[in-house]
Design a protein around this ligand. Structure first.
Ligand code: BG6
Length: 506
């Protein structure tokens, strides 16, 4: 590594983070460990505090004790007692039902006391780590109690978790409700994929280097593949997942973020709206699939039982809180096109699924073959040599594949790889992926958060697929055994275009 700008960063301004859903999974697994990491990196203000809320009535002391136990399991690095104590003193709790106006009065009183005690200056951000059904009602109550009101130099912001709506109409309705209370600049719609270093690196890779941009278009790129494969099943989330499915759960949010960062035009600056304008434009250019093409351009799958990592695992329909006759998909693959000058005619193939053989998220850029096949009599004719793979996780890195002469008296060409691994260059930085996003919200930088138009553009593409799938329930589920790379139809989707999914090493 040479001469990179490594600035430690300034602590965020004084503020209070209010967590709704304080006793839930997200809080203990991600939010508290992320805040602890920020404290460790000295990126939290001395005048920082947390107020947790959930329906459970308990004291601040009891919540502190609970978190002190949980952090032992969920911290991403060793918990240093001095830092943890500093952190713990800043944690407070208010019990109460989020549908009850009195809860917000109690919260207001507590926040006033916290401002006094910690000097947090009336700057608050509210993190909605609740079930999605509460997003609208909580924001309305926050508005009614004037907790979202800014002024006199103090700011108020709201972070909203996914899923943001379950289709276009519900996402629009939620946007409307939220905007009747707060302004767009106060809204931070979180997508944890944007907290991943390698996802952020897409911006640096594309716009911090001059050598790739000239070939980043339809003249040189043949196709793009994006894979987000998981080995886990639905774990304890059967209740949620069985009404959501892989398409809603992963595509309009995580995968479309990857699509937009891969394909957007260079922004005029790294100002939040400049970046998001370009992302929105490219999402709006994604052509929705016509209803009559849905069945040929998309593939859905559901896992049956199978063997994964030498262990027998149950079928999706046998998972807890899942309907034994469920038609919900746990796998989706699709072919999309971006109708703009840069990308017209370049297919983007997306796939994601649960219980696949390997956990890997990867973007693969396949470049065109050379225009003249000089090596006609050699296997290179069949080799699609130039491919750039951007590995988002695990083994974060980038590799470029090209053809090289295999030593020997005969002209033979083999594919070789140049490999950059994050770990080799930068070592490992233990992180939950939420640190950057929480910090950005505190400093008022919304670049890595979704804007209303981006969310709605995503749902516009998904909507026709949801409609057709609903009208024509799948007849062959389960159609892939756990531990395999998904249904055969997904291979056919690419074979029809004379292509194939890149093999991911197991
Ligand atoms: C979540 C989905 O948003 O992302 C999960 O709800 C999925 O179903 C998860 O497992 C994947 O995130 P990551 O960071 O593990 O790739």
């Amino acid at each position: 590594m040479t001469d990179l700008e490594l600035s430690p960063g300034n602590p965020a301004p004084p503020c209070v983070m209010v967590i709704f859903g304080a006793t839930g999974d997200l809080t203990k697994r991600k939010l508290i460990p992320a805040l602890y990491n920020l404290a460790k990196s000295k990126l939290l203000s001395d005048q920082f505090a947390i107020v947790g809320n959930s329906r459970t009535e308990m004291t601040t002391e009891a919540w502190r004790d609970q978190l002190s136990q949980e952090i032992k399991t969920f911290a991403t690095s060793e918990v240093e007692p001095g830092i943890w104590d500093w952190f713990l003193q800043r944690i407070h709790y208010v019990g109460g039902d989020v549908n009850d106006a009195q809860t917000y009065q109690k919260l207001k009183d507590q926040l006033a006391a916290v401002d006094q005690e910690h000097g947090s200056k009336g700057n608050y951000f509210f993190y909605l780590a609740t079930a999605p059904a509460f997003f609208g009602p909580v924001i309305q109550q926050l508005g009614n109690s004037e907790l979202t009101r800014e002024g006199e130099g103090r700011w108020r912001r709201v972070i909203i978790e996914k899923p943001f709506g379950s289709d276009l109409d519900s996402a629009r309705a939620l946007n409307q409700t939220i905007r009747s209370v707060i302004e767009e600049r106060q809204i931070y719609r979180i997508d944890h994929y944007l907290g991943k270093e390698t996802v952020q690196n897409l911006l640096v890779f594309r716009f911090g280097n001059a050598i790739f941009e000239p070939i980043w278009n339809r003249r040189y790129i043949d196709s793009v593949q994006i894979t987000a494969a998981e080995t886990v099943g639905v774990e304890k989330r059967g209740g949620y997942y069985d009404s959501s499915g892989a398409l809603r759960d992963m595509v309009p949010n995580h995968l479309f973020q990857l699509v937009s960062l891969t394909s957007m035009e260079p922004p005029i600056s790294f100002d939040a709206n400049a970046v998001r304008d370009e992302q929105a434009k490219v999402l709006q250019a994604l052509s929705p699939i016509n209803p009559e093409d849905v069945l040929t351009k998309t593939v859905r799958g559901q896992y049956g039982d199978g063997v994964l990592n030498s262990e027998h695992v149950p079928a999706y329909r046998a998972e807890s809180h899942v309907d034994p006759n469920s038609s919900i998909e746990t796998y989706v693959a699709m072919k999309l096109n971006i109708e703009n000058w840069r990308w017209a005619g370049v297919p983007f193939y997306l796939r994601t699924g649960k219980r696949l053989p390997k956990r890997v998220t990867e973007i693969s850029i396949q470049f065109k073959r050379p225009p003249l096949l000089l090596f006609r009599d050699t296997p290179v004719e069949r080799l699609r040599t130039n491919r750039l793979a951007i590995r988002i996780q695990p083994n974060e890195g980038i590799s470029l594949r090209f053809g090289a002469k295999i030593p020997g008296p005969i002209m033979r060409v083999g594919a070789v790889e140049m490999n950059f691994s994050y770990l080799d260059y930068f070592g490992s930085t233990p992180s939950t992926g939420y640190e950057r996003l929480l910090y950005d919200c505190m400093i008022g930088d919304a670049t890595l958060f979704q804007r209303a138009d981006m969310v709605e553009a995503g749902w516009c593409v998904i909507e026709p697929i949801l409609d057709v799938w609903k009208a024509l329930p799948p007849r062959t589920f389960p159609n892939y055994p756990a531990g395999t790379w998904g249904p055969a139809d997904a291979d056919e989707l690419l074979e029809r275009d004379g292509s194939e999914w890149w093999k991911i090493e197991e």
